[in-house]
Design a protein around this ligand. Sequence first.
Ligand code: HXC
Length: 516
Amino acid sequence: MDIEQKLAQLNELREKARQGGGAKRIEAQHSKGKLTARERLDLLFDPGSFEEVNPFVTHRCTDFGMAEQKFPGDSVITGYGKVAGRLIFAFSQDFTVLGGSLSEVASNKICQVMDLAATTGAPFVAILDSGGARIQEGADSLKAYGEIFTRNTIYSGTIPQISVIVGPTAGGAVYSPAITDFVFMVRGVGQSYITGPNVVKTVTGEEISLEELGGAMVNATKSGNAHFAIDSEQECFQLVRKLLSFLPQNYRELPPDEDTSDDPNRTDEELLHIVPDSPAKPYDMKHIITRVVDNGDFLEVHHRFARNFIVGFARMGGQSAGILAQQPLYLAGVLDIDASDKASRFVRFCDCFNIPLVTFVDVPGYMPGTDQEFRGIIRHGAKLLFAYAEATVPKISIITRKAYGGAYVAMSSKGLRGDICYAWPTAEIAVMGPEGATNIVYRAEIAKSEKPEETRERLIQEYRDKFASPYIAAARGYIDDVIDPRETRPKVIKALEMLKNKKVTNPPKKHSNIPL
Ligand code: HXC
C-alpha cells in the first residue's frame, strides 16, 4: 500500500468509527427524539474545536458472540475541545453501540480523558446515555465503573465536573453523576433511577412509569438529584456552556471576569419597595437579586428543589459570584433539611473554585416539627454552618428582613467568619421573632394580666420596637453597616473588589468531616 492507499484506509476506518452502531441505529436514536453522541458534542463545543481521542479502540470480549459485535471506538466518544475558547474535556456515550453500555475499554477511554482533565486543570463534562454495565462483560464492567467513581471523587474540588443525562442512567451508573458538581437532565429524554419500574413493582408493589420514577422533573423537584431539568437538548447544552462561563478552569484559578457594561455604581430606587412593611408578608427575593447583579442576569441552580432557598451564579462588577438567599415566597424562607443540603453543597462548590459568596438573608429560623426533627434537621442543618464556617472565599451578606436564631448564625454571619455583613434598615436581628420571644420572656406578666391578649400584643410591639432592628447587632459590630437598600449593588461590588486578594488558610488536616 502506498501512502495514498494508507490514507484512504485511515479515512475509511474513521468514517466507520463516526457511524457508531450504524445508520439504522442512528435513525432509531433520532426517532426517540434523541440526538446522537456526536451531535451532542457539536452542541457543547465551539464549532470545529473538538479533538477525538481513541476512535479505534474496540472491546476484547468474546463471550455471548461479542467477537462479531465490534465497533471502532466502542460505546463512547472521548476527547477535548473549546467552550468559549477555553479547554474542556468530555465524553459522550453512544447509545447506538450496544446501548451505550459501559465496557472495560469504554471505561478506559473515559478514565484517560478524566486524567487529562485533572492533570491539565480543565473542567470535565460527562454526557450520559447508557444501558449501564455491559452485561456480556460481567465483573469487568463493574470494576470499570469503580474506576470512574474513583476519579469523580479524587478530582472533586480540583476541576469542575458536570453531568448531562440524556438517556437512561440506571443502577450503580447513577452514582457517577451524583458525585459530580452539577447534573443536567433533559425532559422526556434523560432518566435516572436505581431500579426500574419492574423491579419497583416486584419489591414494593408500587406501579409507576419510568418518567414518574426517574425522569428529569422528578429528579429536579423531589429528590434533588438533578440541578437542571431542561426542555430540549439544544437548550441544555447552551446552559452547560453558560454555567461554565462562571467557573474557573480549576481550583488554582480565579473565575474569569467579564466586561458586563453594567455600571458598578448603579443605584436602584425600586429596592425600597420590595420588602413589605408587614414582617408576615411574603415577597419575591429574586426581584432583589436580579436588580442588584449585573444586567439582571442570574443563572439559578437547583431552582425546582427546596424552593425556600435560592442558589445560583451571577456577575457583580464583572466578577463571578455565587448568590445564596432565602425565598420568602416558599415556607416563609425557613431553613429545612432540603434547603440546608442544597445551600451547603453550593457553598462548598463555590469555595472549592474561588467563587465569592454573596448571601441575602431573610430567615425566620430552622423548620420546627417532628417530621424535620426525626429526619435529622440537626445533622442536615449543621452542614450549612459547617460549609459557611469552613469556606475561605470572600463572604458578603445582606440582611433584608428577618435574621433569627441559629438560622441567622448559619447565614454567613460574622461568627462564621463572614467578611462583610450589611443590613437594610428593615432588618430584624434577634434570637427569635417578637411573638416567640414575648411569649417566653413575658410569660408571667401575660398570665397575670386581666387582658392577656391585649397585654401580649402591647409587649410584642414593645419588643419589636426595641429589639427587632439591625442597630443592636450593629452596635456590637456584628453588622458592618446598615445600608440604604438602593445602594446595595455599589456596596457589594466595592466589598468584592476589596476582598479580591483575600487569603485565609484553614489548619492543616487530611480532610474535614462534614456532618452527612
Ligand atoms: C449490553 C445492552 C445493555 C447492557 C442495552 N443493551 N443495555 N447491551 N449491556 N447493559 C443493548 C440492547 O441489547 C440493544 O441491543 C441495544 O442496547 C439497545 O437496547 P434496547 O433495549 O433496544 O433499547 P431501549 O428499548 O431504548 O431500552 C433501553 C434500556 C434497556 C432501558 C436501557 O436496554 C435496558 O433495560 N437495558 C438493560 C439495563 C440494565 O439493567 N443495565 C444494568 C444496570 S445495573 P441490540 O443489538 O438489540 O440493538 C448496572 C450496574 C452498574 O449498570 C454498577 C455500577 C457499580
